[in-house]
Design a protein around this ligand. Structure first.
Ligand code: HEC
Ligand code: HEC
Length: 498
C-alpha cells in the first residue's frame, strides 16, 4: 500500500519519542499502581489500618485521573502519530496482530471500568468485593501489557517469523519474555514511586513512616527485577543487531551502562530516604527519584529504538518504510514509480520517501549543516552512499537521477557559497573543515570507515592523487568536487595528520 507523506517541522523521531515516553511512563504505572493499591489495601484491611486506607483512597483518585484520562488520551495519540508517521508499518502491525489488538482493547475496557468502580466503591462496597475489583483491574491491566509486549518486541526481534511467517513466532519472539519481565519490574517500581506523591500533611508521622517504607520497598523490588531482566534482554538480542549498532552507533550500546547507573541512584535514594530515614522523605526527593526513573525508562526505550535502526522492523522494513522484499523493484526502476501520491516536485517526494522519517532540514537531526557549502554532486554522492554515512542509515535504492533530484531539493535549503566563504576560513583551518564536511560524514578516525592510516604520512603529490581518484575508491564514496582552494587546503591539512 502507498500513503501520502506527512510533513512536520520538528521531526518524526522527536515527536514520537516525546509522546511515547510520556505514555509508557504513565501506562506502566497504571499496571504497577493497580497491584500496589490492591496488595496494600489487603494488608491495611487485615491490620485495620484506617490511615493507610484513607491514603489509598486518595491515591486511587489521582490514579484514576492519571491512568484513565491521561493514559488513554496519550495512547490514542500514539495511534494517530504512528499512523501518520509510518502508515506502512502501522498497517503491517494491524494486519499481523489484529486479534492481539482486539484482545488488548478488550482488556483495556475492563481495566477502565474496574478502575472507575474501584474508586467509586471505597465507601459503597464490602471490603471483599472491593478487593476483588482491585484484582480484576490489575489482572486485566497486566494482560494488556502481555498482549502489547508481543507486538513491541516483534518490532525489534521478529525472529523466526521472517522465515516462517507464523503468527506465534512473531508474538513469542526472542525478546518477548525478557521484555515482559523488565516491563513488569518497571510497573512495580513505578507503583511505589508514584504512591509517594500522594503522601501529604493529612498523614500522621507514624503512618507516614509505614507508608514510605512500604512504597520504598515496592520501588526497590522493581529495581531488583529490572536490572537483571534488562541484562537478560540485551543478552538475547541477536548478535547481528548488537554488532551492527556497535559499528554504526556505538552510543546506543554505551547507553546500557548509563541505565545501570540510574538504577543504582534510584535504589540509593529509596534506601536512604525510604527505608533508613522515612521521615526525611519529601516531595523534592520523590520528584528527583521519579525523574531518575523517567531517565532510566527513556534510556531503555531509546536503546530499543536505537538498536533497531535503520530498520523499523529488522529484516522486514526500514524506518523509511522501504520493505526489504521490494528492494529489487526499487533497484530496477527507482523510487518514483512506486510513490502513489506524487506532488509534482520529484526532489521533495524523494526526500520524504528516503530521508524524512529520520531527518529534518533544519531541526532535529538536521541535514543543512552537513551540506552547507557543498554542491549537488557531493550531496547526491552522499545520498547514494547513505549506507556508509556515520549513523544508522538505510541504503539508497533509487536511481542516479533520483539521487540528483533529491540533492537538488536539499540544496534549495543550504548555503550554496563555497565552504571557504561560508565559514570564512583559509589554510589548514579550512582544510580541517573540508575534511569534516566532505569526508567526515563517512570517515571517523578511530571509528567508522577509519582511513587515518591510508591518509597519514604521504607526500603532497600522493594526496593529490587520492583526491584525483577519489571517485573510484568505493561505490559508496563520492568523488571530490570541492573548489581548488578547498583541494589545496585539504592537502595541507592531511599533511598535518600523525
Ligand atoms: C533510519 C533513519 C535514517 C534515514 C532514513 C536517513 N538517515 Fe541520515 N542519519 C541517520 C542517523 C541516526 C544519523 C546519525 C546522526 C547523529 O549521529 O546525530 C544520520 C546521519 C546523517 C548525516 C550526517 C549528519 C552529520 O551531521 O554528520 C547525513 C549527511 C545524512 N544522515 C543524510 C541523510 C540523507 C540525505 C538521507 C536520505 C537519503 C538520510 N540521511 C536518511 C538516520 C537516518
Ligand atoms: C559517502 C561516504 C564517503 C565520503 C563522503 C568519503 N568516503 Fe572515503 N570511503 C568511503 C567508503 C565506504 C570507503 C570504503 C570502505 C573503507 O575503506 O573504509 C572509502 C574508502 C576511502 C579510502 C580508501 C582506503 C581506506 O583506508 O579506507 C580513502 C583513502 C578515502 N576513502 C578517503 C576519503 C577522503 C579523503 C574523503 C573526503 C574528500 C572521503 N573519503 C569521503 C566512503 C566515503
Amino acid at each position: 500500500m502507498n500513503y501520502p507523506f506527512w510533513d512536520i517541522s520538528i521531526g518524526y523521531g522527536l515527536f514520537m519519542a516525546a509522546v511515547a515516553v510520556i505514555h509508557v511512563f504513565v501506562s506502566h504505572f497504571a499496571i504497577g499502581g493497580g497491584l500496589y493499591l490492591v496488595v496494600t489495601e489487603h494488608y491495611a484491611r487485615k491490620r485495620n489500618d484506617l490511615e493507610t486506607l484513607d491514603y489509598l483512597q486518595r491515591l486511587s483518585k489521582y490514579f484514576v485521573l492519571i491512568t484513565v484520562v491521561f493514559g488513554a488520551l496519550s495512547g490514542v495519540g500514539i495511534w494517530f502519530i504512528i499512523g501518520l508517521l509510518n502508515p506502512a508499518a502501522t498497517q503491517m502491525l494491524i494486519h499481523n496482530f489484529v486479534w492481539v489488538w482486539a484482545t488488548e482493547w478488550t482488556f483495556f475496557v475492563v481495566e477502565i471500568l474496574a478502575s472507575l468502580l474501584y474508586y467509586y466503591g471505597w465507601q459503597r462496597m464490602s471490603a471483599k468485593d472491593h478487593l476483588k475489583l482491585g484484582w480484576i483491574y490489575f489482572i486485566a491491566a497486566w494482560l494488556s501489557l502481555f498482549a502489547i509486549n508481543g507486538i513491541i518486541t516483534f518490532m525489534l526481534t521478529p525472529g523466526d517469523w521472517l522465515v516462517t511467517g507464523d503468527f506465534w513466532d512473531s508474538f513469542f519472539n526472542p525478546t518477548f519474555w525478557p521484555s515482559l519481565v523488565t516491563r513488569t519490574g518497571i510497573c512495580v517500581m513505578l507503583g511505589g514511586l508514584y504512591a509517594m506523591l500522594a503522601i501529604n500533611r493529612s498523614v500522621s508521622p507514624e503512618a507516614k513512616k509505614r507508608i514510605v517504607r512500604n512504597n520504598a520497598l515496592w520501588g526497590l523490588v522493581g529495581v531488583a527485577i529490572i536490572v537483571p531482566a534488562f541484562m537478560w534482554y540485551v543478552q538475547v538480542l541477536p548478535g547481528s543487531l548488537m554488532s551492527a549498532a556497535q559499528e554504526v552507533m556505538p552510543g546506543v550500546i554505551h547507553s546500557v551502562r548509563s541505565t545501570h547507573w540510574l538504577a543504582g541512584a534510584i535504589a540509593l535514594l529509596l534506601i536512604v530516604f525510604g527505608l533508613a530515614r522515612p521521615k526525611r522523605q519529601n516531595k523534592i526527593v520523590t520528584v528527583v527519584t521519579m525523574l531518575l526513573a523517567l531517565g532510566w525508562f527513556s534510556g531503555f526505550e531509546l536503546f530499543r529504538e536505537g538498536i533497531r535502526k535503520p530498520y523499523v522492523i529488522p529484516g522486514y522494513m526500514y524506518a523509511n518504510a522501504i520493505e526489504v522484499a521490494k528492494i529489487d523493484d526499487y533497484t530496477a526502476d527507482g523510487y518514483l514509480p512506486h510513490i502513489a501520491f506524487r506532488t509534482g516536485d520529484d526532489g521533495a517526494d524523494l526526500y520524504r520517501r528516503a530521508c524524512q522519517s529520520c531527518h529534518t532540514i533544519d531541526g532535529y537531526r538536521k541535514l543543512k549543516p552537513a551540506f552547507d557549502g557543498t554542491d549537488i554532486e557531493f550531496i547526491a554522492g552522499v545520498v547514494r552512499g547513505s549506507e556508509a554515512v556515520i549513523g544508522a542509515m538505510p541504503p539508497f535504492y533509487g536511481t542516479v537521477e533520483e539521487s540528483e533530484a533529491l540533492a537538488e531539493y536539499i540544496q534549495r535549503f543550504t548555503d550554496n557559497r563555497p565552504l571557504e566563504e561560508v565559514y570564512e576560513l583559509a589554510g589548514v583551518e579550512l582544510g580541517k573543515k573540508v575534511f569534516e564536511v566532505r569526508c567526515g560524514v563517512c570517515h571517523e578516525f578511530g571509528g567508522r570507515n577509519d582511513n587515518r592510516e591510508s591518509l597519514t604520512g604521504l607526500s603532497p603529490d600522493e594526496y593529490d592523487e587520492i583526491l584525483e581518484y577519489s571517485g573510484e575508491f568505493d561505490d559508496n564514496m563520492p568523488a571530490f568536487t570541492g573548489t581548488t582552494a578547498q583541494w589545496e587546503a585539504l592537502v595541507l591539512y592531511l599533511q598535518t595528520l600523525e
